[in-house]
Design a protein around this ligand. Structure first.
Ligand code: THU
Length: 128
């Protein structure tokens, strides 16, 4: 847990957030124990920007990894940073309800949520 949180903090250093100034880092743990990281990458055309969570998970998927155990998210605000709705849906494509979403303020101060808790009544491939 500590390593995953530290990697999310390190990833936040690379955040490209000149518009919102809200810097986010993420570190995702794959089923086989690999860690991929990401940061938010904004754009002058605002909707083009991408969240840290989707960067981290897309890096893993593009490496052939589609099974995940947990993701750590580190935001910039005073409160615990939880994923936006689009990221929750993105996670649901690859993760079941027991996927752990950990929002950290520091390596010692974090909250653990499950995907089922943050995205109940999910629409996924089973819904088609
Ligand atoms: N953001 C993330 O990267 N992850 C989150 O969980 C919340 C929001 C980014 C998107 C945008 O670059 C900035 O934070 C402000 O919304």
């Amino acid at each position: 847990m500590k390593e995953l949180i530290e990697k999310a903090f390190a990833a936040r250093e690379k955040a490209y957030a000149p518009y919102s100034k809200f810097r986010v880092g993420a570190a995702v743990l794959t089923a086989d124990g690999k860690i991929d990281t990401g940061c938010n990458v904004e754009n002058a055309s605002y909707p083009v920007g991408i969240c840290a969570e989707r960067v981290a998970m897309s890096k893993a998927v593009s490496d052939g990894e589609m099974k995940f155990k947990a993701i750590v998210i580190v935001g910039s605000g005073a409160d615990y940073c939880t994923p936006c709705g689009m990221c929750r849906q993105f996670m649901a494509e690859f993760c079941k309800g027991d996927f752990k979403i950990i929002s950290a303020k520091s390596p010692e101060d974090y909250k653990i949520f499950s995907l089922a808790e943050l995205l109940p009544h999910t629409f996924d491939s089973d819904s088609l």
